[in-house]
Design a protein around this ligand. Sequence first.
Ligand SMILES: NC(=O)c1ccc[n+]([C@@H]2O[C@H](COP(=O)([O-])OP(=O)(O)OC[C@H]3O[C@@H](n4cnc5c(N)ncnc54)[C@H](O)[C@@H]3O)[C@@H](O)[C@H]2O)c1
Ligand SMILES: O=P(O)(O)OC[C@@H](O)[C@@H](O)[C@H](O)[C@H](O)CO
Length: 495
Amino acid sequence: MRALNRETANEAAGVDAQPDGPVKVLQIGEGNFLRAFVDWMLHVSRSKGGFNGTVAVVQPRPTGRAKIEQLAAQDGLFTVVTRGLEGGKPVERREIVTVIGQAFDPYAEWERFIALAREPELRFIVSNTTEAGLRYEPGPLGDGPIPSFPGKAARLLYERWRAFSGDPRRGLILLPCELTERNGDVLRDAVLRHAADWGWPEAFREWVAQHNRFLNTLVDRIVTGYPEAEQAESWFAAWGYRDAMLTTAEPYHLWAIEGEPELDDELGLRKAGLNVHYTDDLAAFRERKVRILNGAHTWMAAIGLLHGIGTVREVLEHPALGPAVREAVYGEIVPAMADADGALRAYADSVFERFANPYIRHRLSDIAMNSLSKFRVRLLPSLVWYAERGGRIPPRLAEGLAGLLRCCRVQPDGSGGGYASQALDGTTIPVRDDAGLLAIAADHWRVAEQGEGISGAVRRLLADERLWGCDMSRWPGLAETASAIIENWERGVKS
Ligand SMILES: NC(=O)c1ccc[n+]([C@@H]2O[C@H](COP(=O)([O-])OP(=O)(O)OC[C@H]3O[C@@H](n4cnc5c(N)ncnc54)[C@H](O)[C@@H]3O)[C@@H](O)[C@H]2O)c1
Ligand SMILES: O=P(O)(O)OC[C@@H](O)[C@@H](O)[C@H](O)[C@H](O)CO
């Protein structure tokens, strides 16, 4: 069977996939989420006469090369299957997204990347590099590729400023989708720091600050990536083409953008009927989503993997872990939020309904990627709320922390840079996280295992501010509670 490309899209699905129109969006990130969220939205808008440009996609890290090459081999096309309940009725929709005009590896074609800055109609940069990628990383400026995402964005803006002689009308709108709090502000600050590090003129920095917009945004859609092989094969047989970039997603989607409604004139998203909000108060959207939905995910990922469980739904159906995650959310996370009222509980109800979507299998191993930085953003603020009040240690949040600490009992996996941990039954779990942070965690466990044992490892880990941005070992009772949970697990007392 033939692979998806312009020709097969036309023959097998009657899709005219000639992405014409100027490059208006540069997308830094080839991941499932951006493709099933931003690209899918722009595709919907374009098909309704809204957005009238194309997207150029590059990957943020060298490791994304295989994906970007696959996307390029498919002429930028990929399929999104939306599955779930809409108004109580099951839906399964297939769409071939046709908005990507080019996909290339910026590490292999750095000049081509820089040349995008000179595209007159370029207007937006969208990104998703996970919370780990949206970070200022000092480094030298050479002629070649810049490793970090903010560094790449800075270099690109500098080129644009030079190419258009600082024309205020050529500034860009940056829409980062990372789940970092005030992601637009973080990106702007990192870009300006790079500009200062690299000795670029004050006039450039002024142009960046005054004529480019770094908008804070909040994204919400459960995107579950490539489905199980059996499901994929049966779809391919029915569709008449194969698609290695296929991704599945739930029907629910929300993009809240801190900016004025007129932004929609260029994107056409709201006009196309998509659930996009332009708002001056992103905080409320963000807090409830990151703490409740993502917090529950991060909690389930570590504990579930340790217990040999593969998906979100299986955690919810587990006799002990299902009630435990609900207790974590309703009993500890919701009460620790600013407006702990009925609306938040209703939101939590809707989140558990989405988790239970019978059509999606959300893999814990996907959710677990970069769990250390996710924990800081998604669960730690709830834990801090209790620590600051000096009350009892919230047992379920402590359990989530214990799960993460135990998952971080890692060793190099022999692949040259990778790390692996072990589930409670001794099965290997690959751990994908920042290599520097994993090396720190591995070291604490290694030292403690020479005599101090689990409680020593936990104390060392909690005291290390490089992992959490604070010293969690100072919170009375936390280390003891987390150690006792891990010791119980190791003794065979499962959650
Ligand atoms: N999948 C979802 O349901 C969903 C929903 C909302 C938000 N998100 C966001 O999307 C991110 C990626 O999820 P995905 O489902 O697309 O996963 P994915 O594995 O398909 O893509 C991950 C992307 O992040 C990049 N990345 C990872 N670590 C990085 C680092 N340290 N520096 C730079 N880039 C890095 C990868 O190169 C890749 O482009 C999540 O962390 C989250 O912030 C995902
Ligand atoms: O995508 P990640 O890896 O940042 O986090 C995993 C999930 O919590 C996340 O993808 C949610 O499904 C998503 O944020 C829902 O909008």
